[in-house]
Design a protein around this ligand. Structure first.
Ligand SMILES: Nc1ncnc2c1ncn2[C@@H]1O[C@H](COP(=O)(O)OP(=O)(O)OP(=O)(O)O)[C@@H](O)[C@H]1O
Length: 125
């Protein structure tokens, strides 16, 4: 009985993960900003590996930016669904969600500079 339940939970988890991956893949295909952030993250991780810099802060910063970009994409879709016409509250919602991505991106840039800057300067100098 218990193993049947575990198998069912695993199947549900795999199914949910499939939907979640579809969301990531859809965002990559349709959102230019998401693609830029993915490749900026890949570049930062590659640099960290090359320079033997700490990887954890870079990975965390990338996950924060990409996660918030996905939330921003979801919120834009919901706003467009419920308010296809212009509305001041729709503007507040979209601008605040975009602001969250901006704040995370500036933070990620600063983390990147702090973590990768010194080893990069040593390697170049
Ligand atoms: N329904 C709306 N009512 C009022 N203002 C809106 C509405 N939709 C969009 N806006 C304004 O236009 C801006 C751009 O909205 P848009 O939906 O084009 O998103 P975006 O920032 O271009 O993102 P993306 O390029 O990912 O679609 C919003 O940040 C908001 O200020």
């Amino acid at each position: 009985m218990r193993s049947d339940g575990s198998a069912l939970s695993l199947r549900r988890w795999v199914r949910s993960a499939g939907f979640a991956w579809a969301g990531v893949s859809q965002a990559y295909r349709t959102q230019a900003n998401f693609r830029i952030e993915v490749w900026a993250g890949v570049l930062a991780v590659a640099l960290a590996l090359l320079l033997r810099a700490p990887l954890a802060p870079i990975l965390l910063a990338c996950a924060l930016v990409l996660g918030l970009e996905l939330v921003n994409t979801a919120l834009e879709a919901v706003v467009d669904l419920v308010s296809p016409e212009l509305h001041p509250l729709a503007k507040v919602a979209k601008d605040a969600a975009a602001g969250a991505v901006l704040v995370a991106s500036v933070g990620a840039l600063l983390v990147g500079l702090a973590v990768l800057g010194p080893p990069l300067l040593r390697a170049l100098g």
